[in-house]
Design a protein around this ligand. Structure first.
Ligand code: ZN
Length: 330
């Protein structure tokens, strides 16, 4: 190995350390160092999301710092080491800063402007051309990026997968705190569900007794798992105002099933049910569900009217002991 080669690798390792800082912030891991007279005078790493600025690329940060150290915008005698081929902005800044030499790790076929899409560093028409060295620690430099993007895809897949904790009906709604049913608020849920004529009942069945409520809390339709069921509990100023019982991915993968939906009596006639339902619809869509389904007894006029107003249509009917059950979909 030649001397220059080992020196370039040494500084590229420093650039990789910078890339790891970006990775730690959840940023695309790209790092850069600028070397002058055998010394690192500036470092930088991608902080685009953290700074909410497209200017926060590793190279730009390092160029800005190097100018301060040398007290000159011209970075003569410097070598810039970067783990990924520079973009058009950074390549432009490198030319503007008159940097004589750039050493790169991996290439960026889709966006690189040092030979891939364009070669801004060596345009004859400009007054400055840059000496380029490619593929220094190429494998390490591309591995860190590949690992990052693979992890990101896996995370996104996990977020979409049914039954993960990330699937949530929680959210913000003016005046309401929406939490998920748990041991802590089970009593609130049961109290609301077991309420007698004090509560307006928006769903298909008779208002359940406390025993039925408890049962409904634990009994799931065939083919669903415990982790597919969510109770969304709506609190207003500490008072439980509504409960909605929801099954993810039932009866089909792209469908959410609404079980009970109850609104407290003092929430009646204020459009609360509609408001809360809209939140659920939005949360379901954000979690990849295309359809919503529920069952409503034909004889339960208030419930039927409510769901029809929200856009639900009857897609099927079933004869039950208690009467005709409408299967409604949105
Ligand atoms: Zn850039």
């Amino acid at each position: 190995m030649t001397n220059i080669q080992s020196t370039d690798e040494k500084y590229m390792r420093e650039a990789l350390k910078q890339a790891k800082k970006a990775q730690a912030l959840g940023e695309v891991p790209i790092g850069c160092v600028i070397v002058h007279d055998g010394k690192i005078i500036a470092r930088g790493y991608n902080r685009r999301n953290t700074d909410q600025s497209t200017l926060s690329h590793a190279e730009i940060t390092a160029i800005r710092k190097a100018g301060k150290v040398l007290k000159d915008w011209r970075l003569e005698g410097c070598t810039l080491y970067v783990t990924l081929e520079p973009c058009q902005m950074c390549a432009g800044a490198i030319v503007q800063a008159r940097i004589p030499r750039v050493v790169m790790g991996s290439m960026n076929a889709k966006a690189g402007c040092a030979g891939s899409v364009l070669n801004l560093l060596q345009m004859k028409a400009f007054n400055h051309q840059v000496e380029i060295k490619r593929d220094v620690l190429r494998e390490e430099c591309s591995a860190i990026l590949q690992d990052f993007f693979r992890e990101m895809r896996e995370k996104q897949r996990a977020e979409r997968a049914p039954g993960t904790l990330l699937r949530s009906l929680r959210g913000s709604l003016p005046g309401y705190v929406i939490v998920e049913g748990s041991e802590e608020n089970a009593a609130d849920i049961q109290k609301l569900m077991a309420g007698n004529e004090a509560y307006f009942h928006l769903v298909q069945e008779e208002i359940p007794t406390l025993e039925q409520a408890k049962e409904s809390y634990t009994v799931l339709p065939p083919g669903t798992g415990r982790d597919q069921k969510t109770f969304a509990v709506f609190y207003k100023k500490g008072k439980c105002m509504a409960v909605l019982d929801f099954i993810w991915g039932y009866p089909e993968e792209n469908t959410g099933f609404i079980g009970l939906f109850m609104v407290a009596a003092d929430g009646q006639g204020k459009g609360i049910g509609k408001k809360l339902f809209r939140h659920i619809r939005k949360a379901a869509r954000e979690n990849g569900l295309e359809k919503l389904r529920l069952g409503c007894y034909a004889s339960n006029e208030p419930a039927r009217n409510f769901w029809e107003k929200q856009g639900f249509r009857t897609v099927d009917t079933r004869e039950k002991e208690a009467g005709e059950l409408l299967v409604m979909e949105l």
